[in-house]
Design a binder for this molecule. Structure first.
Ligand SMILES: *[C@@H]1O[C@H](CO)[C@@H](O)[C@H](O)[C@H]1NC(C)=O
Ligand SMILES: *[C@@H]1O[C@H](CO)[C@@H](O)[C@H](O)[C@H]1NC(C)=O
Length: 218
C-alpha cells in the first residue's frame, strides 16, 4: 500500500517546507512565480492572529489567500492539500475572484475516521486494494481534490448569513449564527452543521474561516 506510506511523508515535507518557525515567507514552486501577482516583501507578510474576535481581522488589501493560508500553522495540512491540484490552488491566488476558505484545522483532519483520500465507494467497488498501485494513487489524489473543493466557496466573499452558495465541489452551503451554551454567537456551516471556530483572516480575495469539523466530502 504505497500511498499509505507516501502521503504522510509528503505532507510532513510540505509542512516543514512551508512553515519554518522563523520565516513567514510562503514557499512557491518556481513555475508559480510568474503568474502570481506581486506580494508583500519578506517580513511584511501579516500573520493571522490567534484571536476569537471577528473585529481583530481587518481586511488586509495587499494580501492574497494563498499567502495568508501558508502562514497559519494550524492549517498546514489543509494548505498542503490545496497545493496538490491547480483547480484548488488557483482560486487562492486569483486576485479577481473572491473565495471563502472553510479550512478544517490539522487536528480535525488528523482525527478523521475516514481519511480525506478514502471513499467508501472505492472500497465497495475494488475492495481493500482500492488504493494500491498507480491507479490507486490516482483515486486517492482525486478524492483529496474533492475534499479540498468541498471546502472552497469560490466566488462568494464577503459571505452574508443565510446566503446559499456553491462550493467548488458543487455542494450547496450557507451559514447561520447560533448561540452556544454560553450565549456567544457562533457561525455554523449548513446543512452539515459544522461550527466555525473563528474567522481567521480577511484579505484582498477572500476570507479564511477555521472549522471545527469537516464538510461532507463523499
Ligand atoms: C465589532 O465591534 C463593534 C463595536 O465595538 C461591535 O458592535 C460588533 O458587534 C463587533 N462585531 C463582532 C463580530 O465582534
Ligand atoms: C472581494 O473582497 C474584498 C475584501 O473583502 C471586498 O473589498 C470586495 O468588494 C470583494 N469583491 C466582490 C466582488 O465581492
Amino acid at each position: 500500500m504505497k500511498f499509505f506510506t507516501l502521503l504522510p511523508l509528503s505532507l510532513s515535507l510540505c509542512t516543514a517546507a512551508t512553515a519554518p518557525p522563523s520565516d513567514q515567507q510562503p514557499l512557491r514552486r518556481p513555475d508559480e512565480q510568474q503568474r502570481l501577482p506581486p506580494h508583500p516583501p519578506p517580513g511584511h507578510l501579516p500573520v493571522m492572529m490567534g484571536s476569537s474576535n471577528d473585529n481583530d481581522s481587518q481586511v488586509q488589501p495587499a494580501v492574497l489567500l494563498y499567502d495568508i493560508l501558508g502562514t497559519q500553522r494550524s492549517l498546514t495540512t489543509f494548505f498542503s492539500l490545496t497545493r496538490m491540484h491547480e483547480s484548488t490552488s488557483e482560486p487562492l491566488s486569483d486576485a479577481n475572484t473572491n473565495t471563502t476558505v472553510l479550512a478544517p484545522g490539522n487536528v480535525v483532519i488528523d482525527d478523521l475516521p475516514r481519511k480525506p483520500w478514502e471513499n467508501p465507494s472505492d472500497y465497495a467497488a475494488l475492495g481493500e486494494q482500492a488504493y494500491d498501485g498507480s491507479g490507486g494513487k490516482d483515486r486517492a489524489d482525486d478524492n483529496l481534490r474533492r475534499f479540498v473543493e468541498a471546502h472552497l466557496v469560490v466566488g462568494t466573499s464577503p459571505w452574508e448569513a443565510g446566503v446559499k452558495a456553491k462550493t467548488a465541489a458543487g455542494t450547496e452551503v450557507w451559514w447561520e449564527a447560533k448561540k452556544d451554551k454560553d450565549g456567544n454567537e457562533q457561525r455554523v456551516i449548513m446543512p452539515d452543521e459544522v461550527q466555525v471556530d473563528r474567522v481567521a483572516s480577511r484579505v484582498a480575495n477572500g476570507e479564511v474561516w477555521i472549522l471545527k469539523g469537516v464538510l461532507n466530502y463523499a
